[in-house]
Structure formats: structure tokens, C-alpha cells
Design a protein around this ligand. Structure first.
Ligand SMILES: Cc1cc2nc3c(=O)[nH]c(=O)nc-3n(C[C@H](O)[C@H](O)[C@H](O)COP(=O)(O)OP(=O)(O)OC[C@H]3O[C@@H](n4cnc5c(N)ncnc54)[C@H](O)[C@@H]3O)c2cc1C
Length: 452
């Protein structure tokens, strides 16, 4: 079978890529291992900022797709004594009915003319003369393996990254991602016995329970809650499900509750892949590590990447050139829209990973970082630390003055990263030197921030 575009994966990234390309009249095939009716069903926190929907020019989601509206987030210190409340339009939005949301996106892609091959497992890319020219996939109903030939292949297969992992090395795409940059998560949706509601997403920091991650409670309306936790997969990390049962489910609100859905999955919380295109291939969403490194939100960036990938493919096919050079504008646009912010937050993540509970308790209590700093960091804006004399005294008192130095180093490195990403190369020709500098900055960050 021959297509202009083959999209592997009908998640949020894949549906946006397929919709965008099909709307321009391109012949699009979507290969998805799930059956059509299961598309959209994903282990997720289900939270989505409203601005992400507007960014990709989607209409407001229909009411049956939204379980509840959210107005902001509350972040709890490990000792629960300090609560930061962050309210801003970037942190307000929806708690989704995830499956219905996925079905809504899929319908838009199919209405635009994309063809769905469901219950079809993509096996690998077909590479010829240094370019991707299609994929092989197994029909899970018949067991038959088929070849799907396309001018451009989009990897939208999420964390599995079935295409990315098998691209030839000379495409300069990272095939593997370090476990240190991945959160292992477990989450349940529970029906509560006693109604508890909140318009705020609750985030609980605790390095003993969720090293390098956090636990969350997101209220979905009708006395249902999406609760889960993630832990950074660094040396000796604990099992997230066991931590959930030991430390989250024993909260009083869960007494007498029942499980509606449960499962575990991964979230790649690092900077974007430095390069996300090769000859005839584009990588999107989780497959390209496009997740906010601090809170792990990836629905918005994955939709953005699908949308930008679709646009880059339309332009490339108009010029009859699908080389890495022709698809490169996708890299440039993603980095300027979201990638630069994501990369600077990756530095902040490194600082958080090695924070002790004491650092977090005192840091939040004595406003080492204020709510405004957290907001600015979350928005990816530049900020300067204004550490008060009280905070300085407290940290000297608890014999952790080096934490203040680490915090300063993190803020400087975050600003350095933003400046560096503003110079993302316009063509692949200048990529090698830009990448070398990127690695140097991130090595410096690892050295200064990850040392305990
Ligand atoms: C526990 C957890 C909680 C999260 N909470 C939030 C949250 O609250 N808000 C938020 O914004 N983000 C959240 N995220 C992140 C978010 O879910 C992802 O970033 C987002 O779904 C990525 O979209 P995607 O389209 O790239 O990948 P996916 O949604 O994973 O879609 C990939 C698709 O590809 C298909 N596929 C995979 N391999 C193959 C193959 N070989 N052949 C054919 N099809 C294949 C899959 O079946 C799937 O349909 C969370 C993630 C986790 C793990």
C-alpha cells in the first residue's frame, strides 16, 4: 500500500499529525496497535492546560470529553506544612475523559480523510539509501505482515518509539534514551465513597516516597479522583505501585473507594531529542521526549509536535523534497515554540532530583523559591533569584549552604540553556557544533546539580 504519509500511533501526537496532513489533501495512513474503540485509553493524569488546545487551533473540546475544569495547582511540601498555590491561565484547563478525548481527536483525523489501520502492530521502518520509505506492520487480526510505503513516516508511537529506536545512526537521531531521564509511573482512577472535590490539581513532593518525582491527586468530578505517582528511574528506584499502596492509598479520602482503572507506564521527562528528523522521517510526542520535565505533562506538547510535523510535511511535499534538510523546519519551530522552555526545565529537574526533603521543606517555608519563581520557571521565563537573608540563615543553620549554591547554579544554567536554544541551527549543516555545545551545557548541569 502506498501513502504520502504513514503515521505510526494514533495517540495525541499521531492524530494531530494525521489530521493536519489529511486536511491539506495528502493521502495519510495511521497504523495503530489498539483496536479503534480502545484508541485514547491511556494511563495518564488526564490534566490538560486549555492553552494547549488553542495552540493547535482545535475547537473547544465537547462537554462529554471534559470531566472537570481546573483553575491551578497546589504543591505540598514533604512535611505538608507549606502549600504553594499557582494560579495562571497556563495552569488552568481540563481534567479529561482521556478515552473520549482520544476518540474526538481520532474522529477529526478520520473526517479529514486519514485511513486507520487499527489492531496493526508496526514492526520497523523500511530504510533504503539512507531514507525511511515506509514501515512493516503485522495485522493482529490475521497475523499477516504487510509493507506500507510512504514518502514520509511519522513516529508517533509514544514511549515505545518503534521507529526512532531503529533508525540508522547516520541520521543523527538518538536511538535510546537514558533511564535517568524517565519516570516510572503508576496511577489509578478511583470512585470515592465520600465526595471530595477541588478545582486544583494537587501535587505532593516527597523524596523518600517519590524520589525525583511526585504523587498527584486530580479531582475528576462526580467523586472520582485520578491519583498516581512517578519516580525517576535512577539507580535503585522503588516500585511505583508499591509506593502508591504504601503511601497514597492510605489517605482518609480513599476509605471505601473502588478502582475504576489502574495501570503503569513511562514518562520521558528530559529535553527534546536534539534532532527529530531524518530523510523521510519525523519523530513526535513521547517518541521524541516532548514532555514537560517538571510536571510530566505531555499531551499539549505532543499535539503541538503532531501539528508542526503535519505542517512541515505539507511544505516538504509541496517542494517534492522529503530530505532531512527539507523537514528541518519542524525542529526549528518546535524548539522555538516549546523546546527551549522544556530544555531549561530539564536543568531544574536535575536540581529537584537531588533535593532532600529538608531542602524542600525549608526552601518552601522560607521562600527560597517563591510561588512567582515557580510560576516563572513553569512558564519557561527567565528569572533571577532573590534569596532573602532569612532563607540564607536557615540554610546555614541546617548546614546545607551548598544547596543555595546549587540553586544559583541551576538558575544560571537555565538561562544559559534558553540563550543557547535561541540559536538552534536553521539547517542541518550547523547541527554538529550546536549539539556539541548542548552536550557541554548538560554535562556541566549534571556535574553541578546531580552530585549529592
Ligand atoms: C502515568 C502518567 C500520567 C501522565 N499524566 C499526564 C497529564 O496529566 N497531563 C499530560 O499532559 N500528560 C500526562 N502524561 C504524559 C502524556 O500521557 C503523554 O506525554 C502523551 O500521551 C504523549 O502522546 P503521544 O501521542 O506521543 O503518545 P501516546 O499517547 O502514548 O500514543 C502512542 C500510540 O502509539 C501506539 N503504538 C505504540 N507502539 C506501536 C506500534 N508498534 N505499532 C502501532 N501502534 C503503536 C500506542 O498504542 C498509542 O496509541 C502522563 C503520562 C503518564 C505515564
Amino acid at each position: 500500500m502506498k501513502f504520502d504519509v504513514i503515521v505510526v500511533g494514533a495517540g495525541t501526537a499521531g492524530c494531530l499529525a494525521a489530521k493536519t496532513a489529511a486536511e491539506a489533501g495528502l493521502k495519510v495512513g495511521i497504523i495503530e496497535r489498539k483496536t479503534q474503540e480502545d484508541i485514547g485509553d491511556k494511563i495518564c493524569g488526564d490534566a490538560l492546560g486549555e492553552h494547549h488546545v488553542k495552540n493547535v487551533k482545535l475547537p473547544d473540546p465537547p462537554v462529554d470529553v471534559i470531566d472537570a475544569k481546573i483553575e491551578g495547582i497546589k504543591i505540598y511540601s514533604p512535611d505538608l506544612e507549606t502549600i504553594f498555590t499557582v494560579r495562571h491561565e497556563d495552569f488552568s484547563g481540563y481534567l479529561l475523559d482521556r478515552k473520549r478525548f482520544g476518540q474526538w481527536l481520532l474522529k477529526m483525523a478520520l473526517d479529514a480523510g486519514a485511513n486507520l489501520f487499527d489492531a496493526t502492530l508496526c514492526l520497523e521502518p523500511i530504510i533504503s539509501n539512507g531514507a525511511a520509505i515506509g514501515v512493516t506492520a503485522k495485522n493482529l487480526r490475521t497475523g499477516r505482515v504487510e509493507r506500507f510505503i510512504a514518502k514520509v513516516v511519522v513516529d508517533a508511537s509514544g514511549f515505545s518509539a518503534v521507529i526512532r529506536r531503529k533508525l540508522p545512526r547516520d541520521m543523527n537521531v538518538e536511538n535510546e534514551v537514558s533511564n535517568d531521564d524517565v519516570e516510572a509511573c503508576y496511577r489509578e482512577i478511583r470512585q470515592l465513597k465520600n465526595g471530595v472535590e477541588s478545582k486544583y490539581c494537587e501535587i505532593y513532593l516527597n523524596q523518600d516516597v517519590t524520589p525525583g518525582g511526585y504523587a498527584w491527586l486530580f479531582y475528576k468530578g462526580r467523586s472520582r479522583v485520578n491519583a498516581g505517582l512517578g519516580v525517576c528511574m535512577r539507580k535503585g528506584f522503588p516500585n511505583p505501585r508499591s509506593q502508591f499502596y504504601r503511601h497514597v492509598i492510605n489517605k482518609p479520602i480513599f476509605e471505601g473507594s473502588t478502582i475504576l482503572s489502574a495501570g503503569a507506564w513511562y514518562d520521558p521527562t528530559r529535553r527534546p531529542l536534539d534532532n527529530m528528523v531524518g530523510n523521510g522521517v519525523i519523530i513526535t510526542g513521547d517518541a521524541a521526549c516532548l514532555v514537560n520535565p517538571i510536571h510530566g505533562g505531555g499531551i499539549g506538547p505532543s499535539m503541538l509536535s503532531g501539528f508542526l510535523a503535519g505542517r512541515a510535511i505539507i511544505d516538504a511535499l509541496e517542494d517534492g523534497d522529503v530530505s532531512q534538510q527539507a523537514l528541518w523546519p519542524y525542529n526549528v519551530h518546535y524548539m522555538s515554540h516549546y523546546g527551549a522552555k522544556q530544555a531549561s526545565l530539564d536543568v531544574f529537574r536535575m536540581l529537584l532530583i537531588t533535593c532532600s526533603n529538608e531542602d524542600l521543606n525549608y526552601g518552601m517555608k522560607y521562600k527560597l523559591l517563591t510561588e512567582e519563581d515557580v510560576l516563572k520557571a513553569g512558564l519557561g521565563e527567565k528569572f533571577h533569584l532573590n534569596i532573602t537573608e532569612t532563607a540564607r540563615r536557615v540554610f546555614r543553620g541546617i548546614r546545607r549552604p551548598h544547596f543555595l549554591n546549587k540553586l544559583r547554579a541551576a538558575v544560571n544554567l537555565m538561562n544559559k540553556v534558553r540563550d543557547h536554544y535561541a540559536k538552534y541551527p536553521e539547517t542541518p549543516r550547523d547541527f554538529a557544533s550546536w549539539k556539541a555545545e548542548t552536550e557541554a551545557i548538560f554535562n556541566e548541569a549534571r556535574l553541578k546539580l546531580l552530585a549529592e
